[in-house]
Ligand binder design. Structure first.
Ligand code: MG
Length: 206
């Protein structure tokens, strides 16, 4: 797939996103970008944000990139997915925001991507803007994933896309919270299936 203006070093950027999943995000964001802005929940260092941002550029749409940038449970010091490059030793915190800004700048997406540095519930409290696409890739505890779904799903327009990352049927392959939320969304009667790409599930709001 030929994606215009993709930074040459995109595959070296930190993140947990397969190429086929990235391309699917790009395709769906591009398809609905005329309906309104895209919200990404869990941006980490901005890899998926870049695909969404490039997809929105032609329509002049905005990507709201929501992340508290302190990492999830599994990114904290001593945990399995901890990256020491992203640890701020002075403040003794995990911090992905500096790397995120660097990557978004590198991709020349500062006029498309609006970072929202907050937890999901706080950001949602006064939110009123309808969304063309919601991409859930935040905390993987059941509580975090459910909060993301409940807070943001009501803002999705009819015809809009709900994408959920890290779906694993097999509990040995990964945490089950995103998959539980995906099943809940499918059982709600509010969505139709669009496709599954690797661990990414894509639904359309009816
Ligand atoms: Mg993910």
């Amino acid at each position: 797939m030929n994606i215009k203006n993709l930074p040459a070093d995109i595959h070296d950027m930190k993140g947990f996103l397969a190429e086929d999943e990235a391309e699917a995000l790009y395709r769906h964001a591009q398809a609905v970008s005329s309906l309104g802005p895209v919200l990404e929940i869990g941006s980490y260092c901005g890899k998926s944000t870049i695909y969404l941002g490039l997809a929105c550029r032609d329509a002049g749409a905005t990507v709201f990139a929501l992340d508290h940038h302190r990492g999830s449970e599994e990114h904290q010091k001593g945990e399995f997915f901890h990256d020491p490059d992203l640890y701020d030793a002075n403040d003794e915190v995990f911090d992905t925001f500096r790397e995120f800004r660097r990557n978004i700048g590198k991709a020349q997406l500062n006029d498309i991507v609006v970072p929202v540095v907050s937890d999901s519930e706080t950001a949602a409290r006064q939110w009123q803007t309808e969304l063309a696409m919601v991409f859930i890739d935040g905390g993987h505890s059941l509580d975090a994933a459910l909060t993301d779904y409940r807070c943001w799903m009501p803002h999705l327009v009819r015809g809009g896309i709900l994408a959920i990352h890290d779906l694993f049927e097999d509990a040995h392959a990964g945490g089950q919270a995103p998959y539980a939320v995906y099943r809940m969304a499918r059982a709600s009667g509010l969505f139709e299936d669009v496709e599954r790409v690797n661990s990414l599930g894509v639904l359309r709001r009816l």
